[in-house]
Design a protein around this ligand. Structure first.
Ligand code: NI
Ligand code: MN
Length: 232
């Protein structure tokens, strides 16, 4: 059974005995993350939803140190490749079978630019996405990325039995609690994990408001503390 570890914001790790996969590994500079990126012991793949600093995060460091492959949309993937990183480009709507399972890039409605980084480099404009990960073809996780609510999220419930759905609830840049609750009604996942909130003042949200509504509709909500791990 895979475990899901939360690093705060939208950063997660999925791991089993064989494979370690990070999603949006924003550890360094993440004010709620209890871990140091230097302490990460394994990393085979990294899924990046888009090029904003709070998602691209430590991708380059982790990929170089662990010889990991980065999965991202074309423009971002090609930019990382030029920087000496192994990449696998995916387009929105496209899926591919990886050693740990199948990944499909899903739509996300959000910004596509990126700010200069500490070394002066600037990621190119890139298509933001979310990901559905069919881990070992037995467990399915949806990470929505940064996105507004949109009606076609409903289609995911037709195609997948989602075990876990990680949804942004912080408002301002993404869905807030009310829209995330609507998404949760559509997605029909077994368990919901709120993300992208309380990292900064501007995305302050009460995860219990989200949990209350989710549980009223018969699903589970797991409010994960940064550093916490669950089995799914
Ligand atoms: Ni963003
Ligand atoms: Mn973000």
């Amino acid at each position: 059974m895979p475990t899901l570890k939360y690093y705060g914001h939208s950063a997660f790790r999925i791991q089993d005995e064989k494979h370690t996969v990070f999603i949006d590994p924003y550890l360094t500079g993440n004010p709620v993350c209890p871990s140091k990126v230097e302490e990460i012991r394994a990393c085979h793949y990294i899924l990046v939803t888009h090029g904003h600093a709070d998602h691209l995060g430590d991708t380059e460091f982790l990929a170089k140190k662990h010889d990991a492959t980065v999965i991202a949309t074309w423009e971002l993937a090609m930019w990382l490749k030029k920087r000496g990183i192994k990449v696998h480009p995916l387009g929105a709507g496209g899926g591919y079978d990886f050693p740990f399972g199948r990944v499909k890039a899903t739509l996300a409605f959000h910004g596509c630019g990126a700010d200069p980084r500490e070394d002066g480099s600037v990621p190119p404009p890139n298509t933001p996405v979310g990901y559905v990960v069919q881990w070992g073809k037995t467990k399915t996780l949806y990470h929505a990325g940064d996105t507004a609510l949109y009606g076609d999220m409903k289609l995911l419930a037709e195609d997948y039995d989602l075990d876990v759905a990680c949804l942004p609830i912080g408002d301002n840049f993404t869905m807030g609690v009310a829209d995330a609750n609507k998404a949760a009604e559509w997605l029909k996942a077994k368990t919901y994990v709120p993300m992208h909130y309380n990292t900064f003042e501007i995305i302050k949200a009460d995860p219990l408001n989200f949990a209350f509504h989710v549980e009223k509709h018969g699903a589970k909500c797991k409010v994960m503390s940064p550093g916490e791990k669950i089995t799914f």
